[in-house]
Design a protein around this ligand. Structure first.
Ligand SMILES: [Zn+2]
Length: 352
């Protein structure tokens, strides 16, 4: 028995896991097919059906629904709402980075605290020479309960959720992630954030080990880029109060985090000062230099576009924004666009 809400055989039958079984009520009214106890035990002993595994699966499914499959961030208070079989089971601890609910045998989630812009180059320091991300132990003691909880997850190959802080109390979840090794001398675990990796371990994958290594490294890089993009989007959208900097549109599905300097360039780092929240139209207009933003945060529209005559999108959406200030700017000065990055982008707009 683990915890208060350990399922009984009755629960399993009622949930239809043994479809041919019925339970007799107290006076024996129901027809009853008995499930052999050995069948039930075999079912419960299968790692896929264990309480631990079912909680993990339910937690990830719940999170996927609330975060648009991990695309959107989620607030701490919402993370306390997860319930499993009627019992609240927070997905993250308020105080600790490593979280193991008492119902589980291993850690369920890990967290990386939000860092304000300029405090550190975000996340770069956590990448090892193999391109994989690292997660530090809690403290120095290898045998501390939190570190043991992670080690168990590693040994049993259990999926974890990684919460990256993108603002105080706001997190970008990445799941599932797996711990694939431990570097004891550096007091850290190696985290695989690319679940497709498993595909490469199957028999159907490429034949030569070198080919596999290349694909794995490539896959890791793609997964890390996607992670950075998601963190960038969540951080920027939050900083702009989820509204377009140019027109104030507030529909998240229509919003992007635009890079001031493209991420294909060295200066195009995925930090909030290189970003502006923009709706799809204004993002595309900015990238194609139809629209520019001056270093003093005034919008400009390219001269030839100002001369056109067309429908409302051109008139209200573009022409009337000319020489207007941004409609949405981060309230925190440290999160506003970098002046030097805007100068570079604005000079390119002028040349266009
Ligand atoms: Zn807009």
């Amino acid at each position: 028995m683990i915890g208060r809400h350990q399922s009984t055989v009755t629960d399993y039958v009622q949930r239809g896991i043994f479809p041919n079984a019925y339970l007799a009520d107290d006076i024996g009214n129901h027809q009853t097919f008995k499930v052999p106890k050995s069948d039930v035990l075999r079912y419960l002993n299968d790692p896929l059906h264990s309480l631990d595994s079912r909680i993990r699966q339910a937690a990830q499914a719940w999170l996927a629904v609330r975060t648009n499959d991990g695309q959107d961030s989620i607030g701490y208070l919402d993370l306390e709402d997860f319930e499993f079989e009627g019992t609240r089971l927070p997905l993250k601890s308020r105080q600790r980075g490593i979280w193991k609910p008492r119902q589980l045998k291993a850690a369920l989630s890990i967290s990386t605290t939000f860092r304000r812009p300029g405090e550190d180059r975000p996340y770069e320091d956590e990448v090892g020479p193999d391109g994989m991300l690292r997660y530090k132990w809690q403290g120095d003691d290898a045998e501390a309960s939190d570190n043991r909880a992670l080690r168990t997850a590693m040994h049993e190959g259990l999926p974890l959720i990684w919460f990256f802080g993108v603002a105080p109390g706001l997190f970008q979840p990445v799941f599932p992630v797996f711990l694939i090794d431990e570097e004891v001398e550096s007091q850290q675990f190696i985290v695989d954030i690319d679940p497709q990796r498993v595909l490469l371990d199957s028999d159907a994958g490429p034949e030569s080990p070198m080919e596999i290594a290349v694909i794995k490294r490539y896959g890791t890089r793609i997964a890390r880029t996607r992670l950075h993009q998601r963190l960038f989007r969540s951080t920027v959208l939050h900083a702009y109060g989820t509204s377009c900097a140019i027109c104030n549109l507030k529909h998240k599905v229509l919003l992007d985090a635009a890079h001031i300097i493209p991420d294909t360039e060295e200066d195009g780092v995925p930090t909030v000062v290189n970003g502006m929240a923009m709706c799809k139209i204004h993002h595309a207009a900015f990238d194609s230099k139809i629209l520019g933003v001056r270093p003093d945060l005034i919008v400009e529209i390219r001269t030839d576009i100002l001369a056109e005559v067309d429908g409302p999108m051109l008139r209200y959406g573009l022409q009337e924004r000319h020489r207007q200030p941004l409609m949405s700017v981060p309230s925190k000065r440290a999160e506003r666009p970098s002046r030097s990055l805007l100068e570079v982008a604005y000079a390119r707009f002028r040349e266009a």
